[in-house]
Design a protein around this ligand. Structure first.
Ligand code: 13P
Length: 357
């Protein structure tokens, strides 16, 4: 294992106030999101959409790395450049999702375990050849009556650690994603307890499997009340609970924490990340960054609508959301400006003619 190269890649992924963009939706998830906007669900439209994202002018100003899906890393832009190469040309590190999805966990009704360890060593070798330098694996945990169970936490944490060790052996930085889902009526405090327990177990298993903490990125959920919880806490309370939880369980050797957005709106995800950096940046041992999917892509997908004519406006929305999150990392995000500009881009999708900044 070239530990120097691993650590250097991990540090670059969270350097300069930048973060990751997740564009690794599986074919099924991508199609589901397209269906909502009546966008044809074909390999070619998925390619066009991913090209729109990757080719956003100036994306590398705020984005350090992009997580691709297996289909995308094998595709090319319309001028014939492989996606991974197009990213490198923009100064963005290519990454790849390597799990094959969360499947029902035997004996644990309603719970899931993420699969994909079989044959993973060979697949990682292929992805390195295709240009990937980091790899993501997502495990999911739902809060409910008696869940997440001990069995679910142990099984997923073990799989995360096995995948992370294989990644480091291959020279890929693992992006370890244990996601406590937002669905449910649980309180902020319950989410904090569960998230802390899950992360503590994950780090224990990572150490058991001899994963080098300096050469990985952790991608957790923010600590949030459930979507149907009657008490929806303020941005500052969410920031406090999230950072307090992470400080308890994420070792200082880890270079960066990159949050998933999990279905939060882009504006709220930026505001919460901003509050964490405003209140705690100087006290943190790791970088506090982002690895958002929906919270960066959502407005752009809506604007694009599958129409080539809307590409520029959609790219402007992507650029804007990425820049907002870079500002949030510095604690300089302005929610009022964001709100006005986001509304402007949506309106512009009908009559877009402006120049690209
Ligand atoms: P969201 O930000 O939409 O949750 O996506 C992040 C991700 O990579 C999910 O695996």
């Amino acid at each position: 294992m070239n530990t120097h190269a691993l650590e250097s890649t991990a540090q670059k992924m969270v350097a300069d106030g930048k973060g990751l963009i997740a564009i690794d939706e599986s074919i099924g998830t991508c199609n589901k999101r397209f269906a909502k906007w009546d966008i044809p669900q074909t390999e070619e439209t998925r390619r066009q959409y991913r090209e729109l994202l990757v080719a956003t002018p100036g994306l590398g100003e705020s984005i350090s790395g992009a997580i691709l899906f297996d289909e995308t890393i094998r595709q090319r832009t319309s001028n014939g450049t492989p996606f991974a190469e197009a990213l490198v040309d923009e100064g963005i590190i290519p990454g790849i999702k390597v799990d094959i999805g969360a499947k029902p966990l035997a004996a644990c009704p309603g719970e899931k375990v993420t699969e994909g360890l079989d044959g993973l060593r060979a697949r990682l070798g292929d992805y390195i050849q295709m240009g990937a330098r980091f790899a993501k694996w997502r495990a999911v945990f739902s809060i409910g009556d008696g869940t997440p169970s001990y069995a679910c936490i142990e099984a997923n944490a073990h799989a995360l650690a096995r995948y992370a060790a294989l990644c480091q052996e291959a020279g890929l930085v693992p992006v370890v994603e244990p996601e406590v889902l937002m669905e449910g009526a649980h309180t902020l405090e319950t989410c904090r307890e569960v998230t802390e327990h899950v992360l503590r177990t994950v780090f224990r298993k990572l150490c058991d499997q001899r994963v080098r903490l300096e050469g990985l990125i952790v991608k957790p959920n923010m600590v949030l009340p459930g979507l149907t919880c009657p008490t929806q806490e303020t941005v500052d309370k969410v920031a406090d609970a999230t950072v307090r939880c992470l400080l308890h369980v994420v070792p200082a050797a880890v270079p960066g924490v990159t949050f998933l957005s999990g279905g939060q709106s882009g504006e709220l995800a930026s505001a919460r990340l901003n509050a964490m950096n405003v209140r705690f940046k100087s006290q943190l041992p790791w970088e506090l960054a982002f690895s958002f999917g929906r919270a960066i892509q959502q407005p752009a997908l809506e604007i694009w609508h599958g129409e080539q004519a809307n590409t520029k406006a959609a790219q402007q929305a992507i650029y804007h959301r990425a820049a907002c999150n870079k500002a949030a990392r510095r604690g300089e995000y302005d929610a009022v400006i964001d709100h006005d500009e986001t509304a402007l881009f949506r309106a512009a999708s009908d009559v877009y003619a402006g120049s690209f900044r």
